[in-house]
Design a protein around this ligand. Sequence first.
Ligand code: TZP
Ligand code: MG
Length: 218
Amino acid sequence: EQQLNAALSSTRAKQWRVCLLLTESLCKLPWLDVLDQALDAGVDCVQLREKDLEASELLDRAATVVERCHQANSTAIINDRPDIAFASGADGVHLGQTDLPVAAVRKLVGHQLLVGVSTSNLDQARAAKAAGADYVGVGPMFPTTTKHKPVLAGPAYLREYLADERVQRMPHLAIGGITPDNLPKLMDAGVQGIAVSSVICAAEQPGKVALRLLQEWD
Ligand code: TZP
Ligand code: MG
């Protein structure tokens, strides 16, 4: 029963406050220190986003992230790779618009993984909802160099998303160029969750930045 409860709770999408996208190449400190500092600060979710690791190394990395996240009662998501997510015991997988479609991932893993989808307009958000996504990324909110060729959606898209009756029940993570300084603009729009990478990864004191972001929810 305990196992069943664990499985059920980990496969229910929450409205996270702050999700760290962890990418080693962006980190100033060792990636494990960044992860631990962010978890100590209280981030609700970590998404491992590594585009260049070979499968075996990615699986090892994912297993470490999952272990640390679960010790800290935080959610672990793997970018792009349902296979790695499943094999590492992660809670979910995050898909971009050109990754495997949600329906294909459901065929592979059913509802044993949360499935998140990146969206940059309402059509994509509605399609993600119709396909049964558990949560959506909404962005990019601000200019960013972390993503290749981002097309700016801006806070206007976040406002549209939050006002749309057909998608409003899906948990969301606003993403793209978010910092403690521009976060109030998103709070004004009613944001409930954000995903950030470089502002935490590249910091000299990642835990402090994570705390500053989380403070907006106090
Ligand atoms: N998707 C939209 S913007 C983005 C991704 C993966 C990059 C987010 O990183 P940062 O460093 O917080 O702008
Ligand atoms: Mg992707």
